[in-house]
Design a protein around this ligand. Sequence first.
Ligand code: PFF
Length: 453
Amino acid sequence: MTDTKKSQHGEWSSRFAFILAATGSAVGLGNIWKFPYITGENGGGAFVIVYLLCVLLIGIPIMMAETMLGRRSRQNPINTMITLVDEAGADKNWHYLGWMGVAAGFLILSYYSVIAGWASAYVLKAFTGSFFGADAAAIKVIFDDFVASPAKLLFWHSLFMLATMLIVVRGVNTGLEKAVRFLMPSLFVLLILMVAYAMTTDTYDQGVKFLFTPDFSKLTGNGVLTAMGHAFFTLSLGMGAIMVYGSYLPKDVSISKTVFLIAGTDTVVALLAGIAIFPIVFASGLEPAAGPGLIFQTLPIAFGNMTGGWFFGILFFVMLVFAALSSSISLIEPAVAWLVENKDMSREQACIWSGSITWLLGFGTIFSFNVWSEFKIFDRTIFQLLDYLTANLMLPIGGFCIAVFAGWIMKQQYTEHELDMPNALSYQAWQILIRYVAPAAVFLVFLHVVGVL
Ligand code: PFF
């Protein structure tokens, strides 16, 4: 493989463009919608510590590995695995890794788009003043009524999928890059504003304490798995999204520095969301374990009662939709890149195919909140099952394989060359993490969940 190899889809115009796109992929519903509610369900502080440790010891080294694999091969994740397996003379079964990633992308996007649809609907609710002066009970009624309607959820899911496809159709430079350029900074500013509001509540200390004071007796084996799974989910790891973005990364960019920046931003955004939300949860007497509706039942109370709440409410949900869009485009990009490279499709055709499949799969999640809410497989609704299967199983398994491949199968001279670390010591640290720490940690968490440990 030569250093002059280029992706047929184009390249990011700069390091900054990659940072924006990869941060756009990482920062999304996972940080603002999912992190607070799973933290609430798993008892707070102890869960947050496990999550932070997983980001540092497993997420960051694997993110470097995934970016590196993509940049080396400059193709979609499936072809990346085929090319690199060939180059290393490794077993062909490694090819399945790329396939599993594409499958995980479809499954995640199918429910991600439904929840992003909720956020879109809340833009309209904020605009029409639905939250004005409302208390916790009224806001709960608004949420419950909304998710009880399959037609409404379908409408917003369809709209969100359409928006995703329209951006992805335009390709790397025009579509993806332009979209994320102004989204990320604005979201950040708005979150700070929400934190400022949370500081004005009497329960600010209680909220912060809940997030940062660990009580390990509240953390179950499944909680540990959820924390680890979320580290993968929030950093977009284990399914090829970061790999495919890495394949558009110019050669002269330092992978390690870039990855630290992206993972750092992602973590800060999640923590800010937590700090903004939990004081409101306690102030309004809500349950931290309220589940997927948590932010939709808390933040509107703040918007309904603060000065300028109408404006900030609209702005917040618009930003949330944009954050979701910059993630959803990365969930579908591996499949689209594969269809274009291998099936001779145009980007339009590839988007229509993959978008339609995801849209159809979304029905399972839509019905999980209403007509099929009692229909359970392994004690879970379809939405919960999809979430568990992807975030807790497919992404960690994918990440485990990426770690083993980058640490043990790929030739050291290639990884060293691609990563181009500032010094030998940092390369060695990465090698220890990717070879031993990350795979062992994933494995031990799995053993713990099945009860062997
Ligand atoms: N990281 C995104 C979030 O936190 O919302 C979700 C996601 C995007 C997961 C892309 C996986 C992925 F490949």
